[in-house]
Design a protein around this ligand. Structure first.
Ligand SMILES: CC(C)(COP(=O)(O)OP(=O)(O)OC[C@H]1O[C@@H](n2cnc3c(N)ncnc32)[C@H](O)[C@@H]1OP(=O)(O)O)[C@@H](O)C(=O)NCCC(=O)NCCS
Length: 154
């Protein structure tokens, strides 16, 4: 299969797709308005200067999933950065290694820009990141539950 990863900075036509995914995966449950997420998604994609950058995994022209490289992602750890954030694979395509592909793709992009260490936090997918070489640093209470903070030296 021919997979490749593109940035929404270079492919703004993917912004409605990533905006919907971000809302479904991370904001819908909190009652955040879809239009607000889509508006922010457009702003992020048009700000070409730096972070955040969102990457989309494509198979031919089919978008499969996304991941974001963000300067900040966790309010209780403002001293840590940058972050792997909002990893999302569209439901019909899950369980085929695309999550790992996105993690590795983002690591390669980060490495190319001279980033030496990445951070992430997760409530539910620490095992997936461990498979990609990430190390759990601490588990802390955050909002209504527990999160695991992980790091990856590149
Ligand atoms: C989590 C998510 C990105 C995984 O995507 P995916 O394409 O199904 O993942 P992969 O197929 O690459 O899985 C790779 C490995 O991680 C494991 N894995 C996948 N999701 C996992 C999870 N939530 N918890 C633990 N292990 C997981 C898989 O079993 C697989 O292991 P294997 O190689 O031994 O079979 C996807 O389920 C998703 O988008 N969920 C909703 C959003 C979300 O929860 N994102 C994570 C935020 S931290």
């Amino acid at each position: 299969m021919a997979y490749y990863i593109v940035s929404t900075h270079d492919h703004p036509e993917l912004v409605p797709v990533t905006g919907h995914w971000r809302w479904q995966g991370f904001f819908e449950e909190q009652g955040v308005d879809l239009q607000e997420v889509l508006r922010y998604e457009r702003v992020r994609a048009s700000n070409r200067g730096g972070l955040p950058r969102t990457f989309v995994l494509l198979e031919d022209r089919q978008p499969l999933g996304m991941v974001t490289l963000a300067q900040d992602d966790l309010d209780i750890r403002p001293n840590l950065n940058p972050w792997l954030a909002d990893l999302y694979v569209a439901e019909p395509f899950r369980g085929r290694g695309h999550g790992l592909r996105l993690v590795q793709g983002l690591e390669a992009e980060a490495r190319e820009t001279g980033i030496a260490r990445l951070w992430l936090f997760t409530t539910n997918a620490a095992m997936l990141y461990a498979k990609a070489g990430w190390i759990a640093v601490e588990t802390v209470a955050w909002r209504c539950g527990a999160i695991t903070i992980m790091k990856r030296d590149l």
